[in-house]
Design a protein around this ligand. Structure first.
Ligand SMILES: [Ca+2]
Length: 324
């Protein structure tokens, strides 16, 4: 009986040590992950955080950059790595971490090549299900009806509402010399390949439980909805997909953020019938997300802990059998 007690004690000690070790590893892993948000001031509360795989700014995986040398200077010119959103009293801060923000055309904000479209569905029972304007060549899920679209290039930020759809800017009012959709309250700062966008909360209201679709394309001031076009053969100014004969219905989106279980290359792949790919949305409140995001390392740790416990259980049963 004494032996049983001492072996149970031994097992408990092992368990405690294991859990301390696992926690230490998890803390170390999180510390590495937090490294890129060091710039976030302490008075901001982290509200949403999502990592995206690196090296996936090739749409469905088959796209190539234009052959012009502007696009040959880097490998991951449109590659978004993470988005963190923080909340302050009257403001939301968006931190878009990119792999390599270059600025060959000397833009206003300091990045020339990517363009971002952030579709927000924050008002229940309102909004529309279609793209604001033809360009991205994507579709939205039926239960995604956006209420605000924030569009961001290296030269401007614009804000659109569903009712602005289809209005022709230049016939709207001949007196208007300035783009009425310029989002003047938005503040943009670029540092260390990160685009920081601050918007007043009064524009969107609370984003708690809002749905979001984020599209990253290649900025083309003359492109459809400012998206650079995709061709089926190599081109100096167009993206190309050499695996297709006809590029007409291909998406012009290069990188998106999807839930961990979804595969971007499959989401953005061309469909047989020429329909646009449907982009899944993300919930801005991560705790309400349909899939809890589990990073690779955490998953291995979970497997490891599970195996340790099974082994422990095996020994406990064996000990008891032996002593009785
Ligand atoms: Ca990416």
């Amino acid at each position: 009986m004494r032996k049983v007690k001492s072996s149970i004690l031994f097992i408990f000690i092992i368990l405690i040590l294991t859990s301390i070790w696992v926690q230490a590893v998890v803390v170390a892993a999180e510390a590495v992950e937090v490294e890129d948000i060091e710039v976030i001031p302490t008075d901001q509360k982290l509200f949403f955080s999502h990592d995206d795989p690196a090296n996936d700014d090739y749409g469905p995986g088959t796209y190539q950059y234009p052959t012009n040398q502007i696009f040959q200077t880097g490998q991951r010119l449109f590659d978004i790595l993470s988005l963190k959103i923080t909340s302050e009293a009257q403001l939301y801060h968006f931190y878009f971490q990119f792999a390599d923000l270059s600025d060959p055309w000397n833009s206003r904000y300091g990045f020339s090549l990517p363009m971002l479209e952030i579709y927000l569905d924050h008002l229940p029972e309102q909004g529309i299900n279609n793209l604001f304007s033809q360009g991205a060549n994507v579709a939205f899920p039926e239960d995604f009806k956006w209420d605000k679209l924030i569009k961001l290039s290296g030269w401007w930020v614009k804000l659109y509402r569903p009712e602005d759809r289809g209005k022709d800017l230049f016939t709207l009012d001949e007196e208007v010399t300035e783009d009425p959709y310029l989002f003047k309250e938005a503040k943009i700062k670029v540092e260390n390949n990160m685009i920081m966008m601050t918007i007043p909360k009064k524009i969107t209201g609370s984003l708690e439980n809002a749905k979001m679709i984020l599209l990253v394309g290649s900025f083309d001031p003359f492109g459809y909805d400012h998206f650079r076009d995709v061709d089926s053969e190599k081109s100096s100014w167009k993206l190309s997909d050499l695996t297709v004969d006809n590029a007409d219905s291909l998406t012009r989106v290069l990188d998106i953020m999807v839930a961990a279980r979804k595969d971007q290359t499959k989401v953005l792949a061309a469909s047989e019938n020429g329909e646009y790919p449907v982009i899944p949305y993300l919930y801005l409140n991560e705790t309400k997300a349909p899939y809890q995001r589990v990073s690779g390392l955490s998953r291995y740790l979970m497997y490891f802990v599970a195996i340790i416990f099974i082994i422990m259980l095996f020994f406990i049963i064996k000990k008891f059998k032996y002593h009785h």
